[in-house]
Design a protein around this ligand. Sequence first.
Ligand code: HEC
Length: 201
Amino acid sequence: MSKTPLKSGEKILFTIFGVFFVLAMIGYGVLEYIRLNSEEPLFVQRTFFDFSEKGLKGSELYRKANCNACHRALRSGTSMGLSLDGLGSKRSLEWIEAFLRNPEEVYEGPTIDHGAPPKEAAYVSQLPEEDRHLIAVFISELKAEPGSSVAKVPPPGRSEFIDRMVGAWAPEEWKEKYRDIRERLKEEEQAQERLGETADE
Ligand code: HEC
C-alpha cells in the first residue's frame, strides 16, 4: 500500500472533526460528573401513568401494533414520531381516538406518516375499531404534571418567569387573538365554585 500524504483540505477537515470530537467527549465527561455528584436528579421525571384495565389492554395492543417503531411511550421506543408520554394531559381521549381513525381530517396541518396509504402509518386507521379505542385509552392515560413541557396546563400559582416570557416574546396582536390559559382556567374554576355554591343552597 503506497502512502499518499494528506491534502491540506483533508488536514483541515480532520482537525475540525477532531476538535469537535474532543469537545463532545469533554462535554459528556463533565455532564456525567455533574450527574453522578449532584444530590438532585438532573432530569426530573414529569410524566406518569396509572392504567385502568382498558388502558393495560391498550398498552399490549400498542406494542403489538408496532407504534414503538416511531413513537416513545413509557420511556421506550424511538423518537422518529412524537413522544406520547404525557399526551393524555394535552389531548382528550376523544381527540386521540378521532386522530387514530381519521388523522388527516383531525390534524391541524399536513401529516407525515398517519393518513391514507402509502403513508407509513396508514395501517393505524385500518386497525379494528375496538383495538383503536383501547390504544386511545392507553395513550389518554399517559399523563404529565402541570407545567411540564408536555402538559397543556401551566404550573400552579403565578410564575414570574412565564409572565416575563409572555411579556417579552408574545406579539401584541396575540393578546387580542388568544386568551391566556391561566386567566381562562381561573374563570373556569370560579364558575365551577359558583355552580357548587348554587348546588349547596
Ligand atoms: C411510521 C411512523 C409511525 C408509526 C408506525 C406510528 N406513528 Fe403515530 N405519529 C407519527 C408521526 C410522524 C406523527 C405526527 C403526525 C403525522 O405527521 O403523521 C404521529 C402522530 C401520532 C399521534 C398524535 C400526536 C399529537 O398529539 O399530535 C398519536 C396519538 C399517534 N401518532 C399514535 C400512534 C399509534 C397508537 C401508533 C400505532 C398503532 C402509531 N402512532 C404509529 C409516526 C408514526
